[in-house]
Ligand binder design. Structure first.
Ligand code: ATP
Length: 254
């Protein structure tokens, strides 16, 4: 088996007395799609945010393609990196938020080109050409000059996906990307995500869309109370779960 693209080991995270992640281990191979499901408050978002160091973990480590996002190793100790270095490493990880988080004062095209030009310092010509390609890929070529407020939620989320991909990330994390959308707009975002999965993008997706998990995931991970309870191919975890907690959760959502 090749080296994992995402390697999460023994991760613990608490907010005060509340233990939100309690020893999470997760490995995602290059080109794989991992879908994380689980009840509200089980720690799914916190895990995603820990992977790109938006949350600082208390114990354990996270490596992307063999490199720590927030730390460097010296001997057997980890030292936190400077903010500037963290930001640079974080650009290797695309993040698609539930509420899109587009820059309201930038056009669609500028939202896509901003980070590659300013944070990654890539040549403008190359980034502009890539933005044209990505906007076509997400079906929004005709909206390049529009502002986020002029778009539907589904269109905004497709811009957010193009923006994440413009970083040429090693992995894209999706945190409930369709939860804020009107039901009739969910499908258009899921279609873009399915195409991405087919093209070999490494993805971790937190979602309540069990149909998406069944169709697209290589691995489904069920989390509860800060721990991974079980993981495996969708045919096993969704159809023949081994744990009562997984069965109880699925009986509520299916
Ligand atoms: N910044 C924070 N400060 C304090 N508590 C927090 C913070 N962020 C999350 N929590 C708590 O941690 C727990 C896990 O939250 P998290 O958002 O990771 O769960 P989740 O599985 O993604 O839930 P949901 O499906 O509802 O989004 C919850 O009890 C939440 O209230």
């Amino acid at each position: 088996m090749s080296a994992p693209m995402v390697d999460v080991r023994g991760v613990h995270k608490s907010y005060g007395p509340l233990e939100v992640l309690r020893g999470v281990d997760l490995r995602v191979q290059p080109g794989e799609v991992t879908v994380i499901i689980g009840p509200s408050g089980s720690g799914k978002s916190t895990l995603l945010r820990s992977i790109n160091h938006l949350e600082k973990i208390d114990r354990g480590y996270v490596a992307i393609d063999g490199e720590f996002v927030g730390y460097r190793r010296s001997g057997d100790r980890l030292h936190e990196l400077r903010e500037r270095d963290i930001l640079r490493r974080r650009t290797q990880i695309g993040f698609v938020f539930q509420n899109f988080h587009l820059f309201p004062h930038l056009t669609v095209r500028e939202n896509v080109t901003e980070a590659p030009i300013s944070a990654q310092r890539r040549p403008r010509d190359e980034v502009e050409a890539l933005a044209t390609e990505l906007l076509e890929q997400v079906g929004l070529s005709d909206k390049a000059g529009a502002y986020p407020r002029q778009l539907s939620g589904g269109q905004q989320q497709r811009v957010a996906i193009a923006r994440a991909l413009a970083l040429r990330p090693k992995v894209v994390l999706f945190d409930e990307p369709t939860s804020a959308l009107d039901p009739e707009l969910v499908g258009e975002v899921l279609e873009v995500m399915k195409a991405l999965a087919r093209s070999g993008t490494t993805m971790i997706v937190v979602t309540h869309e069990i149909g998406f998990a069944r169709e697209v995931a290589d691995t489904v991970v069920f989390m509860d109370a800060g721990q991974i309870i079980e993981q495996g191919p969708p045919g096993l975890v969704l159809d023949r779960p081994r744990h009562d907690r997984t069965r109880a959760f699925l009986s509520k959502v299916l």
